[in-house]
Design a protein around this ligand. Sequence first.
Ligand SMILES: [Zn+2]
Length: 404
Amino acid sequence: MNRLILALILVLNVTGTAAVAQDLAALARVLPQGTTLRDRGDGVELRLRLSQAVPYRVFTLDQPKRLILDFNEVDWSGFDPATFGQSARITDLRVGVVRPGLSRMVLDLGAALAVKTAGLSAPPGQPATVLLQLAATSDAEYAANAGAPADAFAQPAPTSPAVTHPRQTGERPLVVVLDPGHGGIDPGAERDGVIEAELILTFARELKEILLRTGDFKVELTREGDVFVPLEARVSFARQAGADVFVSLHADALVVGRATGSTVYTLSDTATDVASQKLAERHDRGDLLAGVDLRNQDDVIAKVLMDMARTETAPRSDKLATALVDGLRATVGVRKRPHLAAGFSVLKAPDIPSVLLELGFLSSPRDLKRLRDPEWRQSAAIGIRNALQAWARQDAADALLLRK
Ligand SMILES: [Zn+2]
């Protein structure tokens, strides 16, 4: 099993207890001096200088080809990819935080490269150096060795017991899980200095306040800060929170089409249009960027069970989408075709009515201006609040009818 080179290094500092405590408290920083990427013709050499040694690991992923370097943990603020060096075989490079305790560097590979050697040296009292030697390999060899390791920087895995949460009948507060899209290493769309991940977290907090004021809702957010949350984890979070509804919030930039206005998406195998399809692909790419691969998650039996649950949930999601369109139309207006369908992974909870709301599109100058305006956002939040109240009443009445 030559599938990964795993290196976990425990560092003992011998300069005194106070210094040890300090070093452990401070994150390792990347030192620009001596941090280089070089294409040597026969291979690529990557050298990272760190203020202190930290556990790290390296592995490759296929389709698309990526090299992942994980650290436990590194402060990237002193790192500038522009001065790092270049190689035609490294087409792009990103760094960021996957979650507390796990910092990641992702290199997009333009060619099949294998990790020939990987090592960390840390002379006493001096900065540490991580040195990787990459060598050309065949596509077949690359594919055979690619794959993410079992999580060495273990965190308790999210347990997802098959909790059956009773359908709401209006006798208790409606549990709303708001899912601010993107975060951390995946900032989402960006226009004129406005970052989707930030903007939408602000809106989620504002919306939460407005919902809580009614006393009709219990509200949870899938992320509270600028952290990366895998799509699958967002869905299991909703299930564990006992969500009655799941609303994923976004403000994307569209590559195709010139959409403007709020749009509500529900899950479908076939996208309503090309723009919806592209949007769904881009959202799923956020997980690819972070190295999480969900392609083999469903086996046949699980799929059948999920399809059965979806048959019951899909009409409830559709009604939720209709309510949201009505609510937003009455306060801030909506897109011309306000309810669309696409295969967003985040909407795949089979048993929770789920929608993805594009509050507006950062690619539209008009939307951008509105999204930045706190008053506009408040009106939008009120529209959503009204929609959730109307939907909850109708949904409870439907549930009671089914019981009889
Ligand atoms: Zn988005």
